[in-house]
Each structure stands twice: as structure tokens, then as C-alpha cells.
Write a protein that binds this ligand. Sequence first.
Ligand code: DLL
Length: 436
Amino acid sequence: MAETKVATTMFEPELETMPSSDLRALQSERLVAMVRYAYDNVPLYRRRFEEAGLTPDDIKGLDDLPKIPFTVKDDLRDHYPYGILAVPREEVVRFHASSGTTGKPTVVSYTARDLDTWSRMMARTYASAGTTKADLVQNIYGYGLFTGGLGFHYGAERLGATVLPTSTGNTKKQLMLMRDLQSTVVACTPSYAVFLAEAAVEEGYDPRNDFALRIGTFGAEPWSEEARQKLEAVFGIRAYDCYGMSELYGPGVAVECSEQNGLHIWSDEFLAETIDPETQEPLPPGELGEMVFTMLTREAMPLLRYRTRDLARIVWDECPCGRTHPRIMRISGRDDDMLIVGGVNVFPSQIEEVLMSVPELGDQYEIIVDRDLLDKLSVRVEVAPGQDWTSAPLAGKVAENLTAVLSIRALVELLEPGTIERSLGKARRVIDLRTS
Ligand code: DLL
């Protein structure tokens, strides 16, 4: 589908296309005010500033950003249950929480104005992906503590589109409603979208003709260019990458535009930097590093220089779509997702790219890391329907392709289609069995 460039309308054209110098000036002004607000209202920030020998007067603009101490996820966990609150609890109109694999969830909070800002960012996000008032959005992100469901819900309403709030689960019903109501936009995780495509064919639908889908807004987990091409081909849609995290409202931090070449960060609200995760030094634009965000107008839970652990490049080049906001050039993964196998760094996204480029393979896979004497990397992957999962030459070819990209040996096990358990939300692809 990528051959037809679609001009998209903007939700807030003046803010989305403001000259970069004006955008920088706005960020600078907001940063100064936010630092003062955080210092005055959150004991943690006051303490951090005091420890660093700083006062808000030392932050006069963007050039002083590197002086500000970082905030990390543990700072939020340490303040369980309410997290970092800058307003009395009565001013909070909603909480969300991120599941967190270990221990207590991270609770995040919103004032009425925060929710308003978030909805605007989400309305921009939809519009950037080509959604208009005329669209019917089937929102399959989970409703509840996860920010995906309500984030995509209120954003669609703010844009004036129609929402079908199906939330996760019940795939047969999803497909039936998708056909009967003729949904035009689907919002879910990319791994669920892949599963939905497979289930549609199994249920006897012709996804390109029985459904009226034209746009997919996918995010909440890494996915590859190859996965995008597959999803676009199966459903006859354009598939857009959306990035966000609970601490930064939820989805709606950054999204692709019609160019599908990098995700614009809504930089009047989110001030982005990249740092070297080891030295913590800021990196020049365009270099791969850990993304760090400062929220510029957040009321309930201000975040100054929040370390995301997500690795990406950020560029400030002009984009043909007309938006001036800088772009994330694909999220390479999280630095805590990176596997070190036998001393070699391996990103699950590299493995996905290799697997998706072999036509005989299906879309479902698992990465297993184990250790006998040495570390061992195994990949279990389903073959595509109709392919032979006992084929030794196919397994050998996949293993060779993986070794060429990763520079370490990978064992490959082919599986019958349907063997691996499907996920409704974020897929769990990596199983690390090493104990130390
Ligand atoms: O996943 C918010 C969200 C919902 C984003 C729906 C997009 C769509 P958390 O559960 O807090 O919030 O997880 C945040 O997910 O730090 C990234 O590691 C990962 N992530 C989110 N979007 C992307 C993406 C939501 N487009 C964590 N590509 C983040 C790669 C992503 N990773």
C-alpha cells in the first residue's frame, strides 16, 4: 500500500508546523516554568536539586537542561502507591498503572487538564495517521489500568471520530463486529494485529474485501518493518507506529505521519533528549541512545529528565509532511530487553527482522536463552500455513540467516502453525532460562 502517499490533515496545524526556532523557544519557556513548579510542589525534586547544589533560578533555558538531575522508574516505585504527586489527591481525576513484571505496579496520575492535554495529543496522533471524523475506530487496546484503551478512546472522541470500544479478547466477536460495522481504523498491539489477520483467514473472512479497514494504529511494543509490510498487505491498510509509555500519559508521545519515516514527538509537550546510557552524557541529534523525556506542562505528576530505557535515534530534519517536530527513527528496543548471549549483544528486533524476511515462516516465534557451559540461543518459529515444519533445509537456512546477522550461532526449531500461544496485548517473545 505504501506506493500511494496520503496527505493527512493535522489536528493542531499551528502547533504542529511552528518553525523549529519558535518550538525551541516555547520548550525553553515551558521548561523554566516546569522546573519551578516541580521544585515548589514535589519534595523529591526539591531534594534532588538541593543535593546537586541547584535552585530553579539556575535553569534559565534549554541550554541548562543537562544540569537537571535524572528521574528514574524506581523514583516512582519508591513513592508507591501515589507516585510523584504535585497536587492534592482530590485534584487527581484518574489513575492508571503499568503492570510491571516484578513487584508493585507503577501508578500514574492525571488532573483534568492533564487528561485534556493527553486527549489532544492522541487526537493529533490519529490525524497524523490519516484518521478523520468520518472514521470508525475499533479500539482493541485493553481498557483498564493500561493506558492504551482509554488513551486511544478519548483521542478518537476528541477528533470527532466514532469509537467501537471492544477492548481486548474475544477474537471471533472482534472480527464479526469489524465486518458488520465496517470499522475503518483498527487500534491494537502489532502482535495482536498479526494474530487477528491469521484468525480472520481461519474464520473464512477475506480480510481485504470483507472488512473496510484503511488504517492501523499499532504500538506499545517493538515491531519490524517486515511486520508492517505483512499487516499492510493482509488487511489492505496503512500501518502506523505509535509510541508512548504510562509515565508520559500513555500512548500519544510520538507517531508516524504519512511519510511513515520516523515518529514525530509532540515536542511542545514532551522535551526529548538522547543520552549515552553508560556515561549519562547527552548525545548529539541523530545518535543512537537512551531517550529521556521532560514533560513540559504535566500538572499531577511532573517528570523531569525521565529515563525511559528505550533506545532510539532522534532527528530534527525537515519532514515533507510539514510537521516541524523532531522524529524518532524507529525504536531499537529497550536497553533492558537487550540480551547478552555469550558476550554478544542481541536485540529481539534483529531476530524478528530475519524471521519475517523468510517467506516460508509464519509470524509467531519465541526466543529462548539458556546456559549449559556456554550461553545458547534457540529460536522456535512457526512455519507459514502449508509449509513443512519437518524440513531440515529450511531450519538450516533460517539458522544461517540468523548467524549472519547476529554473529553468534542460533539453534532453530520449526513448529507447526498454531503451536505458540497468542497474546492479546504485548507479546512475550523472550524466555531467558539462565539463572545468573
Ligand atoms: O505501552 C503505552 C502505549 C499504548 C503506547 C498503546 C502505544 C500504544 P507502557 O505499558 O507503560 O505504555 O509501556 C511503555 O512500551 O517504554 C517501550 O519500551 C514500549 N513501547 C511503546 N510503544 C512502542 C513502540 C504503553 N511503538 C513501553 N515501539 C515503552 C516500540 C514501544 N516499543
